[in-house]
Unconditional design. Structure first.
Length: 229
């Protein structure tokens, strides 16, 4: 199945919005947010501060009278310049293009699986700017295998997991973590769809460089194909 066919397959799984955040929050409470290099607002505060980012997002949501801000697929961001994990010596190799969708909402918010599956792997990716606690779920729908990744969770989210454990659509996978445990970000979920996990366990690139863009955008299609926001 090529990239175009895989994207069509994902889009056709459900005609309805599938949720990865607390199901009690309706779709009408979601609003898109731009955290790319094109947003001039981001020049007016210290984007390396998780507290400053959280304040900006909270103010944005209040102005919009919404609960969840979302976006970021293939978004080029300056946010990652603060971390050696992404900020490489040579600019052409700098990792600054975001591969998943981020959903910005308070810590401890429930994170759900949008599909049936099994726990593939999980890991606390410790480090400034990394995922923090992360879960990867393997799915097999109509004989098509793929994976979903959930990053920036709470430590408690990993405490009772078992590899191979069955997950049903709508099951609570965990909760969002605070900046203290999630890689030092404002609380949010990084949700990513992955076709070929390439033998990774509990981790997979979520931010990539421009030179790798073609491969990764084919292997990690837009999560909005299933979220339908």
């Amino acid at each position: 199945m090529n990239a175009k066919e895989f994207s069509s397959f994902l889009s056709d799984i459900s005609a309805k919005h599938l949720t990865v955040i607390d199901a009690s929050i309706p779709k009408s409470e979601y609003v898109p947010i731009n955290l790319s290099t094109t947003n001039p607002d981001l020049k007016h505060f210290n984007s390396s501060s998780s507290k400053a980012c959280q304040d900006y997002i909270s103010t944005f949501l209040k102005k919009k009278n919404k609960t969840i801000a979302y976006g970021g697929y293939l978004e080029k961001r300056n946010l990652y310049k603060r971390s050696k994990t992404f900020n490489q010596q040579h600019s052409e190799n700098e990792r600054n293009i975001h591969l998943g969708i981020d959903l910005w909402i308070d810590a401890e918010t429930k994170v759900l699986s949008p599909f049936n599956g099994v726990i593939h792997s999980f890991k606390n990716n410790i480090g400034f700017g990394d995922y923090g606690p992360t879960i990867i779920v393997k799915h097999d729908i109509n004989s098509v295998e793929f994976y979903t990744l959930y990053g920036h969770l709470s430590r408690h989210s990993l405490s009772n997991l078992t590899i191979g454990e069955t997950i049903r659509q709508g099951d609570v996978l965990g909760q969002l973590g605070t900046a203290k445990v999630n890689g030092d970000y404002a609380p949010h979920l990084h949700f990513q769809i992955i076709k070929d996990l390439q033998n990774n366990h509990g981790d997979y690139p979520g931010v990539i460089s421009g030179i790798d863009l073609e491969y990764y955008k084919n292997n990690c299609p837009d999560p909005n194909l299933v979220l339908k926001l």
